[in-house]
Design a protein around this ligand. Structure first.
Ligand code: 6LW
Length: 515
């Protein structure tokens, strides 16, 4: 069985919590605004986006010169004392911060900063007496007052994972039965990634590692899902246990390139001798029978069913709205912009029914470029947008960072395809066009691998004639827009941008394509 992510595309560092029959999940968002996407599910497999925790500039400061893959790292989402608590690190500005909400769809509070808490990947856990523990990568632990952000004592090193493993991080602390369990990731977020666990009689230790560590890793296997790690546990309302974690799907020949970023996967968990045992990766609920749901647990062969399987699944994986006409005053929560989104530069009010982008940075190479896009969620995809470039220059781009992006750019009477790959920045095609609105198109296709040097996909860029026929201008190797080439923590985002003057977009449509 090939497992599919429950949240495909750039959705790393998942954190999950349950309230009654409802599950909520949050992910990292790095240099994009709004930050920390939030999802709701009744079955842990089909997730619906409900908003973003950091959706106001006062909550999310991302300086215009902050680097890509900076910004917002690794949240923890918990429900305690009638409120949702989300703790996260803004590595580009404010460090660790907490926001709270009574409704996870928002509004979320202004941030409470934790200047005394040093370290990424903060976790929150409460003792029975109300003591709040904040555990960070390393692995260090603080006693804090989460309402004020004050630290109530020095950091204590509680565990550093398995001997010799790098990057003990992503800690989450749980009280289960007689023990406190400390779940961590280790080995780094690349092919060596793993999940390990330790337990103790108290939240602060002493921690005894699980003899079967790591409890999850795909390193050294030929599993199509690699880099599995950075996990969180949740007990379902029917008593079964589940793990969400990140993984990647590398494609092409050696060494494999993943182009959609780190995605969120799900696996069942059973308990043996007081330790969690992770079963096979679970597929989304509407996978064809026989290709999913073999939850054979290495522990006892039992087959836990996901909770609430009555939930209808319309699509095998979560897909944000495929088509946006920009007919509503605000932008839907799946649209993400680079670093900020002032209405002076990105608005639906200038020309009703259109998204208007006003240029600031003069190209996608500049960190202050005005860019609004959405995550590429499927290996084979098609994105189209109707642009009116008559007052400026802009286009449609697939972006990994400032140094890695392909774009089709329109201005009065001409379109160009540009391919930025590290220090190279050629114009690879130019075509005269009639003035006025035109449809730009970007497709990603995944041809059968033909050997060790085959790339993971092909990115094609072109325009549509008024009669709907497609004119392809360039077909580019997708490996150069992969994490293995570009580095960093994000994934591809496909979107609209302005590089000069003002450009208007009537609609933008994204769809998966059958491979
Ligand atoms: C995150 C760390 C990691 O803070 O990558 O995969 C970092 N894990 O835990 C950025 O996502």
């Amino acid at each position: 069985m090939v497992a599919h992510p429950v949240l495909p595309g750039f959705h790393p560092d998942p954190t999950v919590c349950r309230v009654g029959d409802d599950y909520y999940l949050a992910c990292s968002s790095f240099e994009y605004f709004p930050g920390v996407p939030l999802f709701h599910s009744r079955d842990l497999r089909n997730w619906t986006r409900i908003g973003n925790a950091l959706d106001r500039p006062s909550q999310l400061r991302l300086p215009l010169d902050s680097p890509s893959s900076g910004g917002i790292y690794a949240p923890t989402l918990r429900h305690h004392d009638g409120r949702f608590w989300l703790i996260v690190t803004n590595v580009s500005a404010d460090g660790n911060l907490i926001v709270t909400a009574t409704d996870p769809a928002g509004p979320w509070s202004e941030p409470v900063l934790l200047p005394g808490v040093q370290g990424i990947d903060p976790d929150l856990a409460w003792d029975d007496d109300g003591t709040c523990w904040c555990t960070v990568a390393g692995v260090g632990q603080y006693r804090i007052d989460p309402r004020t952000g004050e630290t109530l004592g020095p950091v204590r090193r509680v565990w550093s994972g398995g001997p010799g493993a790098k990057a003990p991080e992503a800690p989450h602390l749980y009280h289960v039965g007689d023990f406190w369990y400390l779940l961590i990731a280790e080995g780094g977020t690349e092919r060596g990634h793993a999940v390990s666990i330790a337990r103790a009689p108290a939240p602060y230790g002493p921690f005894e590692p699980c003899p079967a560590n790591p409890v999850l890793t795909h390193r050294g296997t030929d599993d199509p899902v690699q880099n599995t790690g950075h996990a969180d546990l949740v007990q379902a309302s029917d008593g079964t246990w589940w793990m969400v974690f990140l993984g990647v799907r590398p494609g092409g020949g050696t060494p494999g390139w993943h182009v959609l970023g780190r995605e969120t996967f799900l696996a069942p968990v059973t308990w043996e001798d007081g330790w969690p045992v992770v079963g096979e990766l679970a597929a989304p609920a509407s996978e064809p029978a026989g290709s999913a749901g073999h939850f054979t647990s290495p522990a006892d062969g039992s087959t836990p069913e996901p909770p609430h399987t009555h939930t209808p699944a319309l699509h095998p994986t979560q897909l944000d709205p495929p088509h946006d006409d920009f007919d509503h005053p605000g932008l839907a929560p799946h649209w993400i912009s680079l670093r900020d989104r002032p209405t002076t530069h990105c608005t639906t009010k200038d020309r009703p029914g259109w998204l208007t982008l006003r240029a600031r940075g003069t190209s996608l190479d500049a960190p202050d470029v005005v860019f609004t896009g959405r995550r590429q969620q499927h290996p084979a995809s098609r994105t189209r947008a109707l642009i009116d470039p008559s007052e400026g220059r802009g286009g449609l781009a697939v972006r990994l960072d400032e140094q890695h992006h392909y774009a089709i750019e329109a201005t009065r009477g001409e379109v160009q395809v540009r391919a930025r790959i590290g220090p190279l920045n050629p114009v690879v095609a130019t075509l005269p066009t009639p003035p006025g609105p035109l449809v730009l198109r970007i497709e990603t296709t995944t041809p059968e691998p033909r050997g060790a040097r085959t790339g993971p996909d092909t990115v094609t860029l072109g325009i549509e004639n008024p009669d709907g026929t497609y004119v392809q201008l360039a077909a580019l190797d997708g490996r150069y827009l992969s994490t293995e080439v570009a580095g960093g923590f994000t994934g591809r985002v496909i979107g609209m941008y302005a590089a000069e003057g003002t450009v208007h977009f009537d609609w933008c449509a994204y769809e998966p394509v059958a491979p």
